[in-house]
Write a protein that binds this ligand. Structure first.
Ligand SMILES: Cc1cc2nc3c(=O)[nH]c(=O)nc-3n(C[C@H](O)[C@H](O)[C@H](O)COP(=O)(O)OP(=O)(O)OC[C@H]3O[C@@H](n4cnc5c(N)ncnc54)[C@H](O)[C@@H]3O)c2cc1C
Length: 318
């Protein structure tokens, strides 16, 4: 028997999920299991793509990120949720619906949206940082600390808050050097200095010129004066750039934080725009994979309740 694969490409869905990372796929799974007609649009660039392994997700600890997402895609497909690899470039109200424009030229519509577009990490412009990110240039001790424990750590300061990162990573290695880079020594408070001393963190002033990489391994941090400090791991603080463009187009209220502007949401991820929810790193920079998946679940469950009550109210009125 010849099996023909049928690809459905109709235009109207009950829910469109923008972004198919942990948050978006988790939402899609709940929507599919709730018998909702849903579409995921995913541009295919999850935040943790530079890392070989995903840590700290119970039962999936150490799984490659791509494998995790492939499993999620297979699970949502089993419940009839469609996924299209494309990028949403615009979104607008269209009567009761939202019209969602894809880069590929298609326009799709839905009465509810989940924005799960994640965020972008803007790395410090120090030579060597971008090429090693997710390998031996790291941002998060919870994601990578265990794997590099007890090695000589450097911390590349971005601002005085980098002191906090240096103190945190001292929980994974007792050999930590904080490179002040663009931060002046006077910017450190007495509390900072006291805690750094108590943690045994060495503080090195001076601009960092580059990371030294030999045989595909980070080996040191070179200062502008040519001094090289041997280090095999460097922690950095990328500047989170939330992807709020689509939410702003819809008029969602944002809240400023020291880590960027994020949508105002309730405990289910409902934004201030009726019919629009957000989840994962789209609502906060500190959301790890397990939080993102949980946020997607909560948003989808709230939408399912909203759809059921709305249709019952309509039926009761008619
Ligand atoms: C190097 C690194 C390592 C990490 N390691 C870990 C770890 O070990 N454990 C852990 O718990 N967390 C880790 N994290 C954090 C983790 O990446 C995030 O918690 C997680 O990716 C958040 O999931 P999300 O679904 O919100 O966003 P993402 O996973 O970033 O997914 C968002 C998706 O939306 C898509 N998208 C964006 N805009 C559009 C658009 N306009 N149209 C369509 N699609 C769009 C993107 O392409 C992407 O596929 C790591 C982060 C980094 C940077």
């Amino acid at each position: 028997m010849v099996h023909l694969e049928v690809v459905t490409m109709t235009d109207r869905y009950e829910v469109i999920v923008v972004g198919g990372g942990a948050a978006g796929l988790s939402a899609a799974l709940v929507l599919g299991r709730s018998r909702r007609r849903a579409l995921v649009v995913d541009a295919g660039a999850p935040r943790n793509a530079p890392a070989a392994h995903m840590q700290g997700y119970l039962s999936r600890d150490g799984m490659p990120p791509a494998e995790f997402l492939a499993a999620g895609r297979a699970e949502i497909a089993a419940y009839g949720v469609e996924l299209v690899e494309d990028r949403v470039v615009d979104v607008a109200r269209d009567g009761e619906d939202f019209a969602v424009e894809l880069a590929g030229g298609r326009t799709v519509r839905a009465g509810r949206l989940i924005v799960a577009t994640g965020l972008k990490d803007e790395l410090p412009a120090v030579p060597g940082v971008a090429g090693r990110f997710g390998r031996d240039v790291l941002h998060c001790p919870f994601c990578h600390g265990w794997e590099v424990r007890d090695r000589p750590f450097g911390v590349l300061a971005r601002n005085p808050m980098s002191v906090h990162q240096a103190l945190m990573v001292s929980g994974w290695s007792k050999d930590v050097t904080l490179f002040l880079h663009t931060v002046a020594e006077e910017e450190l408070s007495d509390d900072d200095l006291r805690r750094l001393a108590a943690a045994g963190v060495k503080v090195v002033p001076g601009e960092v010129a580059r990371l030294v990489v030999e045989d595909d391994r980070l080996t040191g941090v070179e200062l502008a004066d040519g001094t090289v400090h041997e280090r095999s791991v460097v922690f950095v603080s990328p500047r989170p750039l939330p992807r709020t463009g689509l939410l702003e187009r819809l008029g969602a209220e944002l809240r400023e934080t020291p880590f960027g502007a994020y949508p105002v949401v309730d405990e289910t991820g409902r934004t201030t725009v009726p019919g629009v929810w957000a989840a994962g790193n789209a609502v906060g920079f500190a959301e790890q994979v397990v939080h993102a998946a949980s946020g997607g679940y909560r948003a989808a469950a709230a939408i399912v309740g909203d759809l059921i009550m709305t249709s019952l109210d309509t039926a009761a009125r008619d």
